[in-house]
Design a protein around this ligand. Structure first.
Ligand code: 3PG
Length: 215
């Protein structure tokens, strides 16, 4: 199944403590979000991915995957997809070898040409707010009609519907649902509320939820 069609919002998580992973995963699921990107920006990321394997209904991916070794580490830890801030041929090669879907970051037409050449149909558009936002995606998508974009960077509840109004944007991504302050304070109810709010907004924007647990 297409990764981006699975859930219209992808939370980007920076974990300070692997012990935050399980309650975070449960809080997201309670809010109707069954996909999460745990970044390797902190040492806790890898252990967090491992911990989340205990939640079979949560589709756990790894973010900030920069080098092929990261692909091996996160796949061994249980990651089911890998996300990178940019486009790296060696990361894509290793992901293909490990048979795990990869979502490279693109920031312009040259990246998109490489992604299209490799047969990819889904990319992350990062950092979306600095690359022209909705207008930037609209312009770049014109020569790449088969490409779907996941905007990330500056996406918020207030602007996510603008992105989702583009047919080439099945999902949006960002850290607002899983702000590190909420995780540190154990405010899991607020994580659930933000996830549910994001899902509600995506539904209002016409996006359906088609994960395996949903009717
Ligand atoms: C990412 O890795 O996709 C971004 O750090 C998310 O950006 P945000 O913090 O502005 O949501």
């Amino acid at each position: 199944m297409s990764l981006l069609a699975r859930c219209p919002v992808l939370p980007v998580v920076v974990l300070d403590d692997p012990a935050q992973a399980l309650p975070l995963g449960e809080a997201l699921l309670a809010g109707g979000v069954d996909v999460v990107e745990i970044t390797l920006r902190t040492a806790a990321g890898l252990a967090g991915i491992r911990a989340l394997s205990a939640l079979p209904t949560l589709h756990v991916g790894a973010g900030s995957v920069l080098v092929p070794q990261h692909v091996d580490e996160v796949v061994d830890a249980g990651a089911r997809f890998v996300v990178s801030p940019g486009l790296s041929a060696s990361v894509l090669d290793r992901a293909a070898e490990r048979d795990v879907p990869a979502l490279p970051g693109v920031s312009g037409a040259s990246d998109l040409m490489v992604a299209a050449e490799r047969g990819l149909t889904e990319v992350k558009f990062f950092p979306a707010n600095l690359l022209g936002g909705v207008a930037g995606i609209r312009a770049l998508s014109a020569p790449f009609p088969a490409m779907s974009f996941l905007p990330s960077g500056g996406v918020k509840p207030e602007n996510m519907a603008d992105y989702l109004a583009l047919p080439c944007v099945p999902a949006v991504s960002g850290s607002w649902m899983v702000d590190p302050g909420l995780l540190a304070a154990g405010r899991w109810d607020e994580v659930t509320a933000r996830a549910a709010d994001a899902v509600r907004r995506a539904r209002a924007a016409g996006r359906r939820l088609i994960g395996p647990d949903r009717a």
